[in-house]
Design a protein around this ligand. Structure first.
Ligand code: PLP
Length: 434
């Protein structure tokens, strides 16, 4: 990292107050300074090296600066850097083709700028397709920061943004903190489905356009759906003519060790939202994957929505290169291996030795450590504990993803076995030092 100049770091920090950062009070944050990235490593302007166990916002699935993706963006920029959405363009068509090749029985793609507007447009499609308004989603969820997406969100970021109507929330399954007095995954699944069924009946099934859940809820704590839950939602949606939207923005594109998280459960959604891992965020992009059934509606009438940058050529070229590299290099299979052989066993072993780790859960490169004051009561630790762990990890050269009372262990899927083991050692050390 010899190309880095500490003076640039000082200048970057000096200019930072010109930016109002997401979800924060102006001037209240002291963001981590990043100058350069390669694979699973990041450097600050002083040349300090870090292992990225956050994948930023869980999006750099292919790691930083993957040469094949960088080269594809450069090539496309030299040929045609931007073009109107209503034109036909090879990169755009190939991006759709690559995406559809990783999921069965889907017919077309609608491109957006990122995850929130993917959710926004999926909800719009479900409403137009059904002629109904309501969307049922989970309290423990995050779906993005725009109008309908933030109102569909279940977590506290919804509050303060509740200007859209037609949003209903339910508790989804989460055995470790069960709302249903369940003692097994099977009970949790069955009772959460019964709760969903009762809410749909009470709201009036003919008023509900969509059930929307994350393929594997991420920000809410990596809540692996218990057996039968997603299939149960599919059956409920079919029973009442409701559209099933699976939000795969965070869990999709290899994160869980399958191309899409819902493929672990063999369920077939009507609409799938994606962003993040589709091109590891090298260029902002997202979209909706549409089933033949929903696409039929838009053969009869125009979709009432669109974006200047829908199917942006730089994004499209980066999608093609990302999916090709992931396929050729076996990156999704590697994510499954890291989860099954290194991260899963390693994190469970840490949980067995550190009282504070109440539970380690996840799959692939998508794990959470749920931190508690006491194993019996499972009371979450408070924010100051997580903040001090976060700074201790950063001091040790480990970039963590923290939220609420948890550390999410979510490295790029290209991490070597040795780097993953190194991360486990650093975690062990930081918990011991606490
Ligand atoms: N949906 C899910 C499941 C997400 O995790 C996120 C972001 O974290 C979004 C939607 C919103 O995506 P974006 O931030 O690209 O708008």
């Amino acid at each position: 990292a010899s190309d880095l100049d500490p003076a640039d770091g000082a200048r970057a920090r000096e200019l930072d107050p010109l930016i109002l950062h997401s979800w924060s009070k102006h001037g209240s944050t002291n963001p981590f300074t990043v100058a350069r990235g390669e694979g699973v490593r990041l450097w600050d302007y002083d040349g300090r090296e870090y292992l990225d166990f956050s994948s930023q916002l869980v999006n750099t699935n292919i790691g930083h600066s993957h040469p094949k993706v960088v080269e594809a963006i450069q090539r496309q920029a030299a040929q045609l850097a931007t073009v109107a959405p209503a034109t036909t363009n090879l990169a755009r068509g190939e991006a759709a083709e690559r995406i559809l090749s990783k999921i069965d029985d889907m017919a077309a793609v609608f491109f957006t700028n990122g995850g929130a507007d993917a959710v926004e447009n999926a909800i719009r499609m479900a409403r137009v397709h059904t002629g109904r308004a309501k969307v049922v989603s989970h309290y423990r969820s995050y779906h993005g920061n725009t109008g309908a997406a933030v109102n569909a969100t279940g977590d506290a970021r919804r509050i303060g943004n509740e200007f859209a109507t037609g949003h209903v929330h339910v508790f989804g399954p989460f055995l470790y903190r069960s709302e249903f007095w369940a003692e097994t995954e099977e009970q949790e699944s069955e009772r959460a489905l019964q709760h969903m069924r009762r809410v749909i009946e009470a709201e009036g099934p003919s008023t509900i356009a969509a059930i929307m859940v994350e393929g594997l809820p991420g920000t809410a704590g990596i809540l692996v759906p218990p057996p039968g839950y997603l299939q149960g939602l599919r059956a409920l949606a079919d029973e009442h003519g409701i559209v099933l939207i699976l939000d795969e923005v965070m869990a999709g594109f290899g994160r869980t060790g399958h191309w899409f998280a819902h493929q672990h459960d063999g369920v077939k959604p009507d609409l799938v939202t994606f962003a993040k891992g589709v091109n590891s965020g090298y260029v902002p992009v997202g979209g909706v994957i549409i089933s033949e059934r929903v696409l039929e509606t838009f053969k009869q009438r125009a979709i009432p929505g669109g974006l200047t940058y829908a199917g942006h050529p730089l994004a499209a070229a980066s999608i093609v290169a990302t999916i090709d590299a992931m396929t050729e290099e076996g990156i999704v299979e590697h994510a499954a291996h890291l989860g099954a052989d290194i991260l899963g066993p390693g994190l469970r072993e840490l949980a067995s030795r550190h009282e504070m780790i109440g539970e380690a859960r996840g799959r692939g490169c998508f794990w959470a450590l749920d931190l508690v004051t006491d194993r019996g009561s499972r009371v979450p630790v408070d924010a100051s504990v997580v903040a001090s762990l976060k700074s201790s990890l950063l001091e040790r050269g480990y970039v963590p993803f923290t939220t609420d009372n948890r550390i999410h262990v979510v490295p790029p899927l290209v991490m070597s076995d040795d780097d993953a083991r190194r991360g486990l050692e650093i975690l062990d050390d930081a918990f011991s030092a606490l």
